[in-house]
Design a protein. Sequence first.
Length: 300
Amino acid sequence: MNPASPYLTTEEAAAYLKMGVRKLYDLAAHGDAPCSKVTGKWLFPRAALDRWVEAGMSAGEEAAPAPAIVAGSHDPLLEWALRRAATGLALLCEGSGAGLDRLERGEARIAAIHLHEIGESDEDANLRALAGRSGLADAVLIGFARREQGLIVAPGDPLGLLDARDPLGAARAARARFGLRQSGAGAQQLLERLLARGDGAMADLAAVEAPFATGADLAAAIRAGEADCGLASRSVADALGLPFAPLAWERFDLAMRRRAYFEPGAQALFSLMRTPVFAERAARLGGYDVAQAGEVRLNR
């Protein structure tokens, strides 16, 4: 073993980890060990192996892999990217908070999140959310996109909300039927933050009774006349041809355990995120800034 080399062969890595070569090969073949295949041979980054062990994946253990699921928030660009990159990962959209819960319980490999807090900087909200979860001590946070959020209204804007200087305030004043998201969803947190900024509260809204699981569900309900307005991303509004008033830009990030970062599905997604094809798709959907896509925002 060359002590100066940052990359180890399968035999060298097995000796380094004090485990059998066959055991390590099986872990690598199933995407459960940090490695890359170069000219038909597995190479193991020494630093990545150290982090892997530190995260609790000790040489004598093989933890059951989490289901091949991206939980958390829905996003049209992410949904497209998972299919385009042939990641083998399925979406389970229940909101950012629920996604982090599943990630922490080992029920998902990735959580898509866009979180907000009243009185705190939105820039670091996703980072603070991970820092506050002791069960995610091995978390990695990858930037996916900056995303434009705003007020979406019914076709033709019959209540004239978008003509107002403060569309959200106008919706409150008009007692517009406001479609809400579930507790813990990033869009719901953003709504609470925006209301607080204007000295308002959720109790000021004439909300429809049931919360909507995703922004797309909310947009469909507005288009069907079940609600007058609500918060969603520009890409969702554009997809259904709904009028949109921009209110904020937010970070939409991908949280995962360090081990999952090296898995083939995640790596296929990250590779796509660095291509012009990804940027072109984001531009066509509208409401995205992908200049920092793939950036490692946190490696605990």
